[in-house]
Structure formats: structure tokens, C-alpha cells
Design a protein around this ligand. Structure first.
Ligand SMILES: [Zn+2]
Length: 196
């Protein structure tokens, strides 16, 4: 943490930060609130090799022949949905084109249509399977925007429940145990199968 303690806190009426010892709490608060407003900004993969399609886990997710589909819940046309290994909430999905494209402007329109259709379906499935009350969704394009994987475009879809705020703040630095991830995946596989 640098010496400049004046941290702008978006949405607040004042600027947080001081030299009086409250700094850590305020910075933490800012980080948590940003997380709640824009959970897709989380850097959820560190040091992943996405330089080439061969080393890209999103490419692998889109191609069953690569056998790395342990987080995949649905594939349709040019799109794939998979669970985020480091979710903010249960059911945190990533919806990606199956082709290795990092720039939305360069994505084939027909592939984008499949991705949009998949996002729509995933929203319906999550709502039904997990009874969530709302969603956060978005994407990061480029490292500067916080993308952990910036060579392969992907949209985050994060289910939200009334009253989950405190839960998420706690979860932000905690890895979800794999058994929970697998249980969520089984539930969503069934729900996608029923919905299509
Ligand atoms: Zn890729």
C-alpha cells in the first residue's frame, strides 16, 4: 500500500483514506464494495497460460476432445458455459465463445449470437436451479481492465441472493471447497439438460 491514502470510494459522498489508522479498514471496505458491485473484476486466475489455444483452459472447455471439461456445464453452437473455479457465489458461471478470441470486436457475429443465446439460457437455468434473486454480469477486456485471462473472451454471470452481501464479503478471499463446486456442477448439468 502506497503513501497516498486518499482512496476514492465510488458512490460515496466523500473520499476515504487518511493517516489516522483507519486506512486499512477503509481500503478493505472499498475493495469489498467494488467486489460486490463488479464481481467479474476479480482476478480469479493467476499465472494461467492463455498465450496459445493449446494452453488455454477456455479453449479446452470448448473442445470435448481435449478431455478437460470438469467445470463445463453446457456447450451449444459456438458457446460454452463453465463454472468459475474461484467463484464469488455458488453458480458463478463463465460463458465464452469456443474460439480463441480476446477482443469482442473481433468475434464473429454468428458466434456472438451463440454466446448471447447461451447467456440468456444460463440466466434462466441458474434462476431455476439455484433460485437466485438476481445477477451481476459483465466482462473484462484486456489486462488493464482486470482480465485474468485476456486472450480468450468470457462473460461472468454471478447469481445473487437477497442477503448474500455479508456472505460474499467473507467468501471473497476463501476458496470454495471442490466438493461444493462438483455438487453445483451436477445440479446445473441436470438443469441445462432439462432446459434444452
Ligand atoms: Zn482460448
Amino acid at each position: 500500500m502506497g503513501r497516498d491514502k486518499r482512496i476514492p470510494y465510488p458512490g460515496a459522498s466523500s473520499v476515504y483514506g487518511s493517516e489516522n489508522g483507519r486506512v486499512n479498514l477503509e481500503v478493505d471496505l472499498r475493495r469489498i464494495m467494488e467486489t460486490l458491485w463488479a464481481p467479474w473484476r476479480m482476478t480469479y486466475i493467476e499465472g494461467v497460460d492463455d498465450e496459445s489455444p493449446g494452453g488455454c483452459f477456455l479453449c479446452a472447455a470448448g473442445r470435448p476432445e481435449l478431455g478437460d471439461g470438469d467445470l463445463v456445464v453446457h456447450r451449444a453452437g459456438a458457446a460454452v458455459s463453465l463454472l468459475n473455479r474461484y467463484p464469488y457465489n455458488p453458480g458463478h458461471l463463465m460463458v465464452a465463445p469456443r474460439s480463441h478470441v480476446g477482443d469482442l470486436a473481433e468475434l464473429d457475429p454468428a458466434e456472438m449470437a451463440d454466446v448471447a443465446s447461451e447467456l440468456r439460457l444460463a440466466t434462466a437455468v441458474l434462476k431455476r436451479a439455484l433460485a437466485c434473486d438476481g445477477f451481476n454480469g459483465g466482462w473484462n477486456q484486456g489486462r488493464i481492465a482486470g482480465a485474468g485471462v485476456d486472450r480468450h473472451l468470457h462473460f461472468h454471470l454471478v447469481p445473487r441472493w437477497s442477503g448474500d452481501t455479508n456472505f460474499m464479503a467473507v467468501l471473497a478471499d476463501v476458496k470454495v471447497v471442490p466438493e461444493h463446486l462438483e455438487a453445483t456442477r451436477r445440479k446445473l448439468l441436470t438443469a441445462f439438460a432439462e432446459a434444452t
